[in-house]
Design a protein around this ligand. Structure first.
Ligand SMILES: [Zn+2]
Length: 251
């Protein structure tokens, strides 16, 4: 398709700050420069990515803004180019049920049992798929520690080096070494059955899911994560270049 025939995306709608403030609890904790940066990233995401609704569903400004705000929060300390491989965001009204043969839970296995999911980001250049009802509830309730938008976009960051291995591109060899040491220790702890209230069992599925799940907790329950797992918190803080545990609710 010729670039000039591609439909221009409209960018940030007026009132986006009001929508974000109402819909995303994290907004209240951001300072003014962070809010400005969030808006810049949201504008880029809304203008340059393809936003699609699943069949029978229609996107509204609220849907686009609330999903873009969460995706933007993840890279508030990073570069917009981190999302260069995100070409499309496909929004479903609610839980999506996967059917048909696909890779199973273990390598080499194929499954065809129906599986309900809230989101998906399987391929480096494939779309991010999001269930709107989950994304909306997660934005309002960080205290639950689950966030489908953080989760799926974290997979996209992980995939920047072509591997979904729980290790996104890091600043240097020392950072990479420390990341692998800290994450492997926590992951092995979970695998050996030492689950905890903070990280869901899903984090023990594979290293890629571990990174996506700890990302959710890092942004939703940062003080709890810092208190319980300071090493894990610190490698995430260094990677994301954000320190969400320091953000304080106003007054
Ligand atoms: Zn996942």
């Amino acid at each position: 398709m010729s670039p000039w025939r591609r439909r221009r995306e409209p960018g940030l709608p007026s009132g986006w700050e009001h929508i974000t403030e109402r819909a995303m609890a994290h907004w209240a904790l951001l300072d003014e420069p962070e809010r400005t940066r969030l808006g810049e990233l949201m504008e880029l995401l809304l203008r340059h990515k393809r936003w699609e609704a699943a069949a029978g569903f229609a996107l509204t400004d609220e849907i686009r803004v609330v999903i873009a705000a969460q995706a933007a929060l993840l890279i508030l300390g990073l570069d917009y180019a981190c999302y260069r491989d995100v070409q499309a965001i496909i929004v479903h009204p609610t839980t999506i049920t996967l059917t048909g043969a696909r890779p199973g839970p273990a390598e080499g296995l194929v499954t065809d049992s129906p599986m309900p999911i809230l989101g998906q980001a399987n391929d480096r250049r494939g779309p991010v798929i999001i269930a709107w009802d989950a994304a909306r509830a997660d934005a309002r309730h960080p205290e639950r520690g689950h966030n489908v938008v953080f989760h799926e976009f974290a997979h996209k960051l992980d995939m920047l080096d072509d591997l979904i291995d729980g290790t996104p591109p890091l600043a240097d060899a020392a950072a990479r070494k420390r990341w692998i040491e800290v994450c492997t220790a926590e992951y092995e702890l979970l695998r050996s059955g030492y689950g905890d209230d903070l990280l869901s069992d899903y984090a023990a599925v594979n290293p890629g899911e571990f990174f996506a799940v700890v990302t959710e907790v890092f942004f939703d329950l940062p003080r709890e994560l810092r208190a319980a797992k300071p090493d894990l918190y610190s490698v995430l803080r260094d990677f994301y270049r954000q320190d969400p545990a320091l953000r304080q609710a106003p007054g």
